[in-house]
Ligand binder design. Structure first.
Ligand SMILES: CC(C)(COP(=O)(O)OP(=O)(O)OC[C@H]1O[C@@H](n2cnc3c(N)ncnc32)[C@H](O)[C@@H]1OP(=O)(O)O)[C@@H](O)C(=O)NCCC(=O)NCCS
Length: 183
């Protein structure tokens, strides 16, 4: 293999990830993702320790309650947990939908990790066959998240006011994916 081919394959390996169901031991990862000011710039700011413990419990219950799925993103090469992706029951304009969210730790961003992990989670949401529509509501000021939606085949519906977290409103894009297409 030439040096440049080797470099290309190393870059590819660094971006290779798998998703695993969110588990009991994932509170430290959740703190790094949602307890951090930089990571939550477009998510209403960091959550308190108490809020994170409650969220951890919600993530653990999600699958058994049949209300969606949360996953941790695992870096194949090192086994390190590098992010989260998941979807959960929601309602939008009177329609029952899945809503989706994602986060990748700063040291691992910009390598295609979110693109790979979100595509894996979408395949599972599609195979669930529960809802026709899956939406994501990234802030209009979040270029990577909006790029991710565009790249993965979501359709931009409209710009909207979105309440997240509860009591706090931000300007978001409403992106929709039709889960019935290709199933
Ligand atoms: C959004 C986030 C998960 C993206 O993770 P990532 O692993 O870096 O994403 P990827 O490397 O797969 O890149 C996704 C797309 O964003 C693009 N992108 C990355 N940074 C960008 C930037 N600053 N401006 C414009 N596009 C950007 C990439 O080019 C890529 O598109 P492409 O493949 O068509 O080139 C990550 O930035 C993050 O965790 N942010 C903080 C949490 C957050 O805001 N979550 C979203 C809530 S809706």
């Amino acid at each position: 293999m030439t040096a440049s081919r080797k470099q290309q394959s190393d870059i590819f390996d660094r971006g290779t990830v798998r998703i695993e169901p969110w588990g009991e031991g994932n509170l430290p990862l959740l703190k790094k993702l949602l307890g951090d000011p930089a990571m939550t710039e477009h998510l209403g700011g960091p959550e308190s320790d108490e809020q994170l413990v409650k969220r951890q419990a919600r993530y653990e219950r999600l699958t058994q309650e049949g209300k969606g799925r949360m996953f941790k993103i695992v870096h194949e090469a090192t086994g390190e947990a590098v992010g989260s992706v998941g979807y959960w029951d929601s309602t939008h304009h009177g329609e029952d939908i899945y809503e989706m969210g994602w986060s990748v730790l700063p040291a691992f961003q910009g390598r295609g990790i979110a693109s790979t992990a979100v595509a894996q989670a979408l395949a599972i949401a599609q195979s669930d066959g529960k809802y026709r529509s899956l939406h994501a509501f990234p802030s209009i000021d979040n270029p990577p998240s909006n790029a991710l939606c565009r790249k993965l085949g979501f359709t931009l519906v409209e710009e909207c006011e979105f309440e997240y977290p509860k009591g706090s409103f931000m300007r978001c894009n409403d992106w929709r994916l039709d889960l019935s297409v290709g199933s």
